[in-house]
Structures are given as C-alpha cells and as structure tokens.
Design a binder for this molecule. Structure first.
Ligand code: ATP
Ligand code: MG
Length: 413
C-alpha cells in the first residue's frame, strides 16, 4: 500500500501511514474504516452543521486483525498506546492510541445456529463483512489508502432519506438487539425506521422465532434477549436522548421484547424522568413497570445490587397493599411513616423508586426520602455519651425516640 493522501477527522496522516506500513508487514491486503465514524463523516459532509462525532473508529481488515494490531504497535512508542486488548474468539482488538479509540476486526461473516444466540464467525472478504451489519447506514466502508467509498447496500441513499434499513430479512430474528440499536440511532440522528424494517419487526414479533419465550426460566434466555440487550439499554441511557429512544421503542412495539407490561406502560417515561432526577439507576426504574420485574431483571442479568433494589421496592409495594395498611396509611403521621419505613429497613433508594413508580402514597414516600429521614434530634449521640450513655443499640433507640419527639413537637410535615 502506498502512502495516503486520504484525510479523516481525528486520524492523523502519520497514523494512517503507520497503519498502512503495519498492514503491509502483516500481509493485510485490504484495510477499511466502517461503521459509525464513516456514517457520521458522511452526514457531516452533507450537512456541516452536524458534528462529525468520532468517539471510536472501527476498522475492518481482510486478514488477521491480531497480526495487524501486533505489527501496528511495533511501529509505535509504548507511551502512545493506552489500551491494547485482544478478543481472540472474534479476532478483534481494542486499541487506544494517542487517546483515540480504535477497534480492529477481521472481516467476518456470521452464522446463527439458532436465532438470538451468539453467531459462529468465519473469516471472509470485506464485501461479505458488510452484509452482516445492522443497518445499511452502518455498512459503508472507506478503503485505505485512497479513501474510496464502498457502499454496496445504498447506505448513502438511506443517509439522505434519513431511514434505517436492515441488511436482510432475518436481521431482527438473528439479533433482536439491533432494533434497540435502531432506536438509539433514530433518536440521536433524527432518522426513522423504514417501512420494510418496521414490517420485519412486526412479523418477527408475531412469529417469535426464538426458542426461549417470556415466562420461561430467565437463565435460559439467549444472549441477544438477555445480556446483550442489557448492554444496548445501558448505552441507550448513557449516550443517547434516552426519552426519545424509549418512546420510539414503545411506538414500534419493540418493548415487547422485554415484557408485555412495559410495552403498554405509558407512565414509563415519567417514571424514568423522576428516577434520573433522584439519582436512581435507570434500568431498575424502567423494569419496575414490567409485568414480572424480577424475572426480567434476572434475564438481563442486572447487577445484584439493582436486583435487590427492585425486590425491596416490590416488597414495600406489597406491604402498602396489605388490607390493614392500604387505607390506614393515608392517615399516618410523619413519625408513623418514619417508624414503618425505618423499622422494616427498606433502603432509601427502594422507597424513592416506588415513589417514582407513582404509587398512590408517593408524596409521603418522597417526603420521607427527601426530608423526614434526614431530621436529627436536638441532642446528638456524642452529647448523650457525655451525659453517661453507653454507645450501642440502646443509645440508638434513644436517639430515634428523641428524633420522633422532636418531629412531633416541631409539627414537622
Ligand atoms: P456509535 O456512534 O454508537 O459508536 P457505531 O455504528 O459505530 O455507532 P458500534 O457499536 O461502535 O456502533 O459498532 C460498530 C459497527 O459494528 C456498527 O456500525 C455496525 O456496523 C456493527 N455492529 C455493531 N453491533 C452490531 C449488531 N448487533 N449487529 C450487526 N452489526 C453490528
Ligand atoms: Mg463505533
């Protein structure tokens, strides 16, 4: 490969030249940029007001990505390399060079033994690699060194019409996380789902091609309906206009992949909005609206702390539904709320999460969370110790009693 005249935002000429040198050494005959960086670059060229955002650069090589990465790092001083991570099962490499995130992948085709499982991958040529991708707008390659565009699936046309097209008719069945990726792109880029993609979604949801069904043991769900779906949701909340992404997923009917209850849960956005304002984790806040939140949390393999949070909130909800509590609690004083909520040791987050769910006593729960639980008695523990109290549970009880007295005396509301 010859030295390049090709320019790409964020990528220095020196690095492009070193990549070409490494490609020669590793006997890589074709090297191309693909995915989000190319898509955003083309969008920016069409409309310079739109920022070409390149958080990471995805390269695909015809040949071994590992051999290419090894040859490349040999060309660089060690202090220029911040990350060098090999993933041998897919022959991909994550690099960070001079602060720039670079993903290298061997051109591959994928074979799905059964829908939703992880695919088996086989080395192939660049053109075939583009067929395995999620949307046509992400299947455009820019080949180095010349920078010629390889657009075999009319990705540029889709960029102009701002539409999301899948690459083939089994795309969602093979990997249902793609529709969640689509909601992220639609919200971020202002694109819409093409009618073909929408039809594919509908027919896939109707036929439900996955051998695992909602209601089956969560631990048997295939990766694309469990951990990989969780990762997409995490990215959605972290990087995207999440409210628009969730709104699209609901409009498209795609929340059904998580749970039928969530699909028809129209308070979902309000709940998420409040949870974020209160600093609660978003996935439990989404999931608490499901028909079976604990099973969904287990399926997505939420961290144990988030599963516990959900289970505590649901436990508190059942407590508040008890016949002796349900009506009575509407007349409880602030002190009584403190006693009930604190005696049973529900975590403040669990109480706040149930408030965000819009439980009918949400305003008491919020007042406890935001105010009552922080109220301290006029006498502190150290003052009591100075007066002769021994540290320990008895002292704790006395502090609690003094706090309640104080709340009643001051008529705290
Ligand atoms: P972003 O701007 O969010 O980084 P991106 O398109 O670069 O967008 P990545 O997650 O970095 O997204 O993935 C890089 C590329 O890999 C995508 O553009 C797409 O071509 C392909 N890809 C990623 N996930 C999938 C998937 N589940 N199915 C098919 N192709 C995928
Ligand atoms: Mg990317």
């Amino acid at each position: 490969m010859k030295n390049s005249e090709f320019r790409f935002p964020g990528l220095s000429k020196e690095l492009i030249d070193l990549m070409q040198k490494a490609a020669c050494k590793a006997k890589i005959h074709r090297l191309a940029l693909v995915g989000g960086a190319v898509r955003d670059w083309l969008i920016h060229q069409e409309d310079p007001n739109r920022i070409a955002n390149t958080p990471d650069l995805d390269f695909v090589v015809q040949g071994s990505a590992t051999a290419f990465a090894e040859a490349l790092v040999q060309e660089l001083l060690p202090e220029r390399i911040q990350t060098y991570r090999l993933h041998s099962s897919f022959d991909t490499v994550e690099l960070q060079i001079d602060g720039l995130k670079i993903d290298l992948a061997t051109a591959r085709k994928e074979e799905y033994k059964s829908p939703g499982e992880n695919p088996r991958v086989f080395e192939t040529e660049l053109e075939k690699d583009l067929e395995r991708r999620d949307f046509t707008i992400n299947a455009i390659a820019v080949e180095l060194p010349k920078g010629n565009i390889l657009d075999l699936h009319q990705g540029q046309r889709a960029l102009l019409s701002k539409e999301l097209f899948f690459l083939h008719s089994k795309s969602i069945a093979e990997d249902p996380t793609r529709i969640y990726r689509g909601a992220r792109y639609a919200a971020r880029l202002g694109f819409r789902l093409s009618s073909e993609a929408f039809e594919q979604l509908n027919s896939t949801l109707v036929t439900w091609p996955w051998s695992w069904k909602i209601g089956n043991p969560p631990e048997f769900a295939p990766p694309a309906l469990s951990t990989r779906l969780r990762k997409e949701l995490e990215l959605l909340f972290k990087n995207e206009p999440w409210n628009l992404s969730i709104k699209y997923l609901q409009e498209w009917g795609a929340l059904r992949l998580l749970d039928e209850g969530l699909q028809s849960d129209y308070s979902c956005l309000r709940r998420l909005h409040w949870s974020i304002r209160l600093g609660l984790p978003t996935l439990p806040a989404l999931i608490i609206g499901a028909s079976n939140p604990l099973s969904l949390a287990a399926r997505l393999q939420l961290p144990q702390s988030q599963q516990n949070l959900l289970s505590q909130s649901l436990d508190l909800e059942s407590f508040l539904l008890k016949s002796e509590v349900e009506h009575d609690c509407l007349n409880w004083s602030p002190v009584r709320w403190c006693q009930e909520l604190e005696d049973q040791k529900w975590s403040p987050e669990a109480v706040a999460l149930l408030a965000c769910k819009g439980h009918k006593v949400w305003h008491y729960l919020i007042r406890w969370w935001g105010r009552w639980r922080h109220i301290r008695p006029s006498v502190s523990a150290s003052e009591l110790i100075k007066k002769g109290w021994e540290p320990g549970p008895k002292l704790g009880k006395e502090i609690q009693r003094l706090r309640w007295d104080y709340m009643e005396k001051e008529k705290i509301k």
